[in-house]
Design a protein around this ligand. Structure first.
Ligand code: C5P
Length: 228
């Protein structure tokens, strides 16, 4: 197993942007586990299965192939990077993420990804369930209002005019966080040994710097290496 740094936290906290930058700084790989849940959700929607039906979800996750490259998400060999960011997929992902069989498969895919490389991974359960022995763990938060503003900016940049106004985005992320926190399997919460960072009012580089400092403190000899 390579070295792993985990970043968990609620929607819109900036996990992906920060994780990507941190991975660049370390020369490690970046793993966006939310993209994996989104890709399986897209596959389920396209297959027309009942998203809440566990046997159907188990069958589906056994049949699909999700791959993450440094700049794309592939579902059965096809680039679905844009399609997985649609509001339909965003809203349906929580249902698939509640599935024991989907979570078990994705946990194994994520561990396989990190088997022979160093990884900065982000999601909801990375420090608690998937990589309990991670080298360094972070839990990234920000105020609800700031997270909603960031998410609204993302939606506008992606051309999702149907996302609504700030209030509806705020309600959407609060609902999603409530569901992710209340989940029976692998609920979102900081690992006991995670460093909690509140990024309200902080820029991406500020957060990355706080993390780099904590990583340096954890082990002065942390390996930095070229991507393989
Ligand atoms: O991070 P992102 O917004 O792309 O995640 C989409 C959804 O996927 C989350 O709201 C959550 O329900 C699910 N998820 C999860 N565990 C992870 C990553 C994402 O349950 N490790």
């Amino acid at each position: 197993m390579g070295q792993v740094v985990t970043i968990d936290g609620p929607a819109g906290a900036g996990k992906s942007t920060v994780a990507r930058k941190l991975a660049e700084r370390l020369g490690w790989h970046f793993l966006d586990t939310g993209a994996m849940y989104r890709a399986v959700t897209l596959a389920a929607i396209r297959a027309g299965i009942d998203l809440g039906d566990e046997p159907s979800r188990a069958r589906l996750v056994g049949e699909v192939c999700v791959e993450l490259t440094p700049d794309s998400v592939r579902l059965d060999g096809v680039d679905v990077s844009a399609a997985i960011r649609s509001l339909e997929v965003t809203r349906a992902t929580g249902t698939l993420a509640d599935s024991p069989s989907v979570r078990a498969s994705l946990r194994e895919w994520q561990r396989t990804f990190a088997r022979d490389r160093n990884v900065v991974t982000e999601g909801r359960d990375q420090g608690t369930v998937v990589f309990p022995d991670a080298f360094r763990k972070f839990f990234l938060t920000a105020s609800d209002e700031e997270r909603a503003l960031r998410r609204l900016d993302d939606y506008r940049a992606q051309g999702h005019t149907e996302a609504g106004d700030l209030d509806s985005v705020l309600r959407e992320i609060q609902d999603r966080d409530a569901r992710d926190t209340a989940r029976v399997i692998a609920p979102m919460r900081p690992a006991a040994d995670a460093i909690v960072i509140d990024s309200t009012g902080l820029g991406v580089e500020d957060v990355v710097e706080v993390m780099m400092e904590a990583i340096r403190r954890a082990d002065a000899k942390v390996p930095t290496e070229a991507r393989t």
